[in-house]
Design a protein. Structure first.
Length: 53
């Protein structure tokens, strides 16, 4: 697995349960830099964390 976040390049190896080096992958597609997380502003309920299953 590789991070999607801009400016990060770490990879995770589930077999070893640790960070790892890996091949250079195609550029990641991420949310627009001006878009807040966890989602579009005004469209995420204030209690979104409590709604996670």
């Amino acid at each position: 697995m590789q991070t999607f976040e801009p400016g990060e390049s770490w990879m995770w190896d589930y077999r070893t349960d640790d960070y790892t080096e890996g091949p250079e992958l195609a550029p990641a597609v991420h949310h627009p830099l001006d878009q807040p997380t966890p989602g579009p502003e005004g469209h995420v309920p204030p209690n979104w964390e409590q709604l996670l299953n």
